[in-house]
Design a protein around this ligand. Structure first.
Ligand SMILES: [Zn+2]
Length: 289
């Protein structure tokens, strides 16, 4: 009897373990959400692989990309709990759905701001977010509770409506997707403007700040912007010399390996696509004999 009970006990324990493993395998991994202080009253909001920033003032909060509706609801609750301030402004970095989904969550208290070109895409593509209330073409400054954010369109780059937000008191710039930190460019430059991207990066380098807060990955500095421009310059030159020789794409992809950037994010998955996007762009852009 004791033997039988022991055996049954072992089976029961094994079943508990099996059930737990099965439940773990089925349960979706909850998103990683975190708020960290960047400097002063400026904070960074993480939702898995996406990041935005927000500025707390005595008259309310200036938020940026909501990321998606669930992330935005979480952020709204956390901001209320930690700072007891309403979100008064939401500024979209650009129109891409993975960064600006969920803007409607803030629409009850916030004025939503974006570049003029973003509004058209948001409406036409049916982005899952609130349509901006206020748009601008070149620059705009928002002042709230004695604090300030300067917003500027540095030209077309990763999209035709990407803007940067500079927080002068904190000496931080929030720039999304066109100036990644220690990372290759995203895939094959979809929706992008490669020649103009170089101009945007130069303009971003000329701005006054200490910390670059990107939309993905770790914080960086102005040196990271220069490094990314150097990478793109080298990539462009490597691909262009081969396009001029009439080399087919597959051979260019095999030859252009950019080993100096092997440690950067996206090297394994995106280098081939970066070459492909650059090849396509230069094939159309240049005029041979
Ligand atoms: Zn994007």
């Amino acid at each position: 009897m004791t033997e039988l009970r022991r055996a049954l006990g072992t089976i029961a324990a094994a079943l508990v373990i099996l059930t737990t493993v099965a439940a773990d395998a089925q349960a979706p991994t909850p998103p990683k959400r975190e708020i960290t202080q960047i400097r002063g009253d400026l904070y960074r909001f993480q939702n898995d692989f996406h990041f935005s920033v927000f500025l707390v003032t005595p008259a309310g909060v200036i938020a940026t990309d909501p990321i998606n509706a669930d992330a935005a609801k979480w952020l709204k609750e956390e901001v209320t709990r930690r700072f007891n301030q309403p979100i008064r402004y939401v500024i979209y970095s650009h129109d891409h759905a993975d960064h600006i989904g969920g803007g409607e969550v803030f629409a009850d208290s916030a004025t939503i701001v974006a570049h003029a070109n973003a509004k058209g895409h948001i409406i036409a593509e049916g982005r899952p977010t609130a349509v901006p209330h206020v748009t601008f073409a070149d620059r705009m400054t928002i002042t709230l509770g004695g604090k300030e954010v300067e917003i500027a369109h540095l030209g077309r780059n990763h999209s035709d409506n990407s803007i940067v937000m500079r927080f002068p008191a904190e000496r931080v710039v929030f720039a999304v997707d066109f100036a990644p930190v220690k990372s290759l460019a995203w895939r094959d430059f979809p929706n992008g403007f490669i020649e103009e991207l170089f101009v945007s990066l130069e303009r971003l380098e000329a701005m006054d700040y200490d910390i670059l807060a990107p939309g993905h990955g770790a914080l960086g500095t102005k040196a990271d912007v220069a490094d990314h421009r150097k990478y793109l310059t080298e990539l462009r030159s490597e691909v262009l010399s081969r396009v001029r020789k009439g080399m087919p794409l597959e051979q260019v992809k095999a030859e252009v390996t950019m080993p100096a950037y092997a440690e950067w994010g996206g090297y394994k998955d995106w280098l081939g696509l970066n070459v492909e996007g650059m090849y396509r762009h230069l094939s159309n852009y240049r005029r041979g004999n």
